[in-house]
Design a protein around this ligand. Sequence first.
Ligand code: ADP
Ligand code: ASP
Ligand code: MG
Length: 476
Amino acid sequence: MIVHKFGGTSLGTAERIAAVAEIIAASRGDSPAVVVSALSGTTDRLIAAARAAALGDVAACQEARSWLGEKHHAVAETLLASHPECGELHALIEEHLDRLGRFIDSIAVLGELTARGHDAVASFGEKLSVAIVAATLRCRGVAAQALSATNLIVTNDQFGSAVPQMEATRQRIQEQVRPLVESGIVPIITGYVGATVDGITTTLGRSGSDFSAAIVAACLDCDELRIWTDVDGILTADPNVVPTARVLRELSYKEATRLARFGAEVLHPRTIGPIIERGIPLCILNSFNPEDEGTRIVEAPSTGRALWPAIVSATGLQLLRVQSNNGPWRLRSATAALARLDDAGIPVQMFSQSFSEQGINLVVSEQDAAHSARLLTQDSANSSPPSHSVYALDTIEQVAMVSVIGLPGDRVHGIASQAFAVLGKQGVRVVAVAQEAAEDSVTFCIPANDVGETVRFLHRELGLGNGKGSETKDAS
Ligand code: ADP
Ligand code: ASP
Ligand code: MG
C-alpha cells in the first residue's frame, strides 16, 4: 500500500490536476490512498476573507468568494467537460461555497475571528479539492471516493496547530479507509484538517497536509509515503532561488526533520514523527517531473551516499529590536517580552541578545509584526515586575533568515565559521545571528532585499553547486 500526497503546487491548474490523476492511475497496482492540499492560493484567500469579515470589509469577502467560485468552477469545467458528473461537481462546489458564505457572514456579525472560526473557514479549500480530484479520477475510469479527514483524524482542540490523537485516528482510518483501498477504490482524503472528538473542525497548521499524509500512512501501516511537489526533492537550497542546487538523494529521518525545522518549505517539520516509529520510507517527488527519483528519507541511509550542507532561507519576516523603556535591561525583561508574544500565539522565529546589549532582537512574520509591536509597547501595569514590563521598539526592519546547516557525516564542523567568512567576503549587512551550541549550523538575519544574492553567493562559495548553469543568475 502506498500513500501519495499532492500539494497545492501540484494542483494549480486543470492541466496539473490531470497530471496528478495520471500519477494516481499509474499507481493503481500499489493499492494507493491519496491525501491532497487545497488548490494553490486557496487557503491564503480563505484566511484573508475570514480576517476581512471580522473587520467588516464586505467587498473583500465578496471578492474572495468570486475568486474561489471562478477558480474551482473553471477547473471542474475543463477537467470534466461534458462528462455526466460535471453538473454534480458544479453543484457540490456551490454547496460548499454557500456553507463557507454562511461562516463568513457569522464572523462579520460577531466582528471577531476566533481560532475556531479561522479553522472552520480555512478548511474549505481541501473540501473543494478532494471533490475535484475524486471526480477527475472517476471520469478517467479510476474508482475514487472523496473523504473528509474531519471524520478520520481526531485531534485536540488546539485550533491552528491541533495535535492528533493517534489511537482514535488509527481506529477510524483502519475502519473507514482500509476497506476502500482493499476493494480497489482510491480514497482521496482532505489534507490539513482534522476534528475534535466532538466533531469541531481543526487544522494541523499551515502547510500541514504533509503531516496529514504521514498520519494516514502510519495508521494504514503503508509500505511507502510519497509526497509530490513542484521540485525534484530536498535540495542543497531552494532551486527557485539557486538554479544550481543539488538534490540530496538520501536523507535520514533526523536529517530531513532538521532541514524542515530550519524552514525548508518543501517538508512540514511535523511530517516525520508519525512514520518514524513504523519505519515507513518517505520519498519527495516532483509531479512536474515524475520520472526523477527525488529524495528518499529512511532511518538508516546507505553509507556511501553523497551528502552536502544545505542553505535554507525564510522570507516575509520583520525584525523588532526591543529595549527597556524604564530601568535597566534584565534577563527577566527578555523572558517577559517573549511570554507576551507566546501568550498571544505569535511564533518568534528567532531571538538573540548579546552580552553588552540592553535589549533583544526578535524575528516574527510580517503578518504578526504590527500586532507584536502593539503587544510589546502597550502598558501592562499588571505584570510583574511592572517597571520591567514596558518596552521600547528601536527599529523595525524587513529581514530574511538564512541558515547554513551541516548534515552529520559531511562537513559539519567549521561550517559556521566558513559561512561567516563567505558573508564577510560578500559584504552583506548581518543584522542578527543565532547559532546552536554545536558548531554545525548558523542562522543569519540579513536585510530582506539581499536574500537571493546572499544565498546564491554562499552556495557557490561553499562549493555546493551541481556544476550545471550559473549560480550568479538572478532567479528571484
Ligand atoms: P506543496 O504545495 O507541494 O506543499 P511547498 O510550496 O510547500 O509545496 O514546497 C515546495 C517548495 O519548497 C518549492 O517550490 C521550493 O521553492 C521550496 N523549497 C524551499 N527550500 C527547499 C529545498 N531545500 N529543497 C527543495 N525545495 C525547497
Ligand atoms: N492548504 C493548506 C495551506 O495552504 C495546507 C497545505 O497546503 O499543506 O497551508
Ligand atoms: Mg507544502
